[in-house]
Design a binder for this molecule. Structure first.
Ligand code: PBG
Ligand code: ZN
Length: 322
């Protein structure tokens, strides 16, 4: 007798019946680059994504909500940069201003997540403050905690620290709690590798380091156990959700993290993962839409509960996901 697995692949209906994974609009988080420069502008290396001012952001979010996208992740493109990133915790800066307006307009229908990191706010472009050429940890953490608090005060549902300093989750949890923001969640960039993956993002946010690189704080891509260990520490410090980033390059870590803990897992389908597909599509070499969808499926199958992706809007607008 021949065993015939093809019986369960015979028709689309049967394939759907036995499908183990799916991608839904509810799983997707759309990133936004919010700016105080009026209007909106394209980002050459991130096709389809724009920098948007307050009003353009609100209009786009309204359209996304109608499509069924309920989560946004806000990145600031600020106009003030300084060595100690003072503008990062200014309630008048663009991220708190946009957060406040979005929560006023859309209330609990919308989940507002905010990036907490200093790189777009420091004049040197590092994710923490610099002393004698070194990115110093504890001083940076104190500023990051103020930044998280500022976002919480503006109404952010979830703050998402991406800086990779040690002890920042615990410091933020304490700071938020002591100011009465027990309900503000923390999505920790728990496993975040250094490397070339974030190039298009740094164009968008104008956040490239002016000297050196990020290897003294972001993780070494040769390591897996290092990230798992840090992720478990983040849970102890009070993280609600753990992120693995970049997603497609770390499917092994998504899987292993899922086995290692019970917290929800978010993956970041990062800028170069998205832009590489867009570039191949432009050259006419690959089917971009299909490949994008297949990557989102892989992220879900490996164990992501939710995915940050520049393709979120396309995914629902083009009907790849419902
Ligand atoms: C800021 C931050 C980065 C990304 C998310 N938050 C850039 C970096 O660490 O240099 C990258 C996201 C992407 O590439 O899409 N620290
Ligand atoms: Zn940063």
């Amino acid at each position: 007798m021949i065993f015939r697995p093809r019986r369960l692949r015979r028709t689309a209906a049967i394939r759907d019946l036995v499908a183990e994974t799916d991608v839904r609009a509810r799983h997707l988080i759309q990133p936004y680059f919010v700016t105080s420069q009026p209007g909106s502008s394209d980002i050459a290396s991130l096709p389809g994504i724009q920098r948007t001012d307050l009003e353009a952001t609100c209009r786009q979010v309204e359209a996304d909500l109608k499509l069924g996208l309920r989560s946004v992740l806000l990145f600031g493109v600020p106009d003030h940069k300084s060595p100690a990133a003072e503008h990062s915790h200014d309630p008048g800066s663009i991220v708190p201003v946009v957060t406040k307006e979005l929560k006023a307009r859309f209330g609990t229908d919308l989940i507002v997540m905010t990036d907490v990191c200093l790189c777009a706010y420091t004049d040197h472009g590092h994710c923490g403050v610099v002393k004698d050429g070194e990115i110093v940890n504890d001083e940076s953490v104190a500023i990051l905690a103020e930044m998280a608090l500022t976002h919480a005060q503006a109404g952010a549902d979830i703050v998402a620290p991406s800086d990779m300093m040690d002890g920042r989750i615990g410091a933020m949890r304490v700071r938020l709690d002591e100011e009465g923001f027990q309900n503000t969640g923390i999505l920790s960039y728990a496993i975040k590798h250094s490397g070339a993956y974030y190039g298009p993002f740094r164009d968008a946010a104008d956040s490239s380091p002016k000297f050196g690189d990020r290897r003294s704080y972001q993780m070494d891509p040769r390591n897996a156990r290092e990230g798992l260990r840090d992720a478990l520490l983040d849970i102890e410090e009070g993280a609600d959700i753990l992120m693995v980033k970049p997603g497609i390059h770390n499917l092994d870590l998504v899987w292993r993290l899922r086995e290692a803990c019970l917290a929800p897992i978010c993956t970041y389908h990062v800028s170069s993962e998205y832009s590489a597909i867009k570039a191949g599509e432009r050259l006419g070499w690959i089917n971009g839409d299909q490949l994008m969808y297949e990557q989102l499926v892989s992220l879900r199958r490996a164990g992501s509960d939710m995915i940050v992706t520049y393709a979120a809007r396309d995914a629902v607008a083009k009907g790849w996901v419902k």
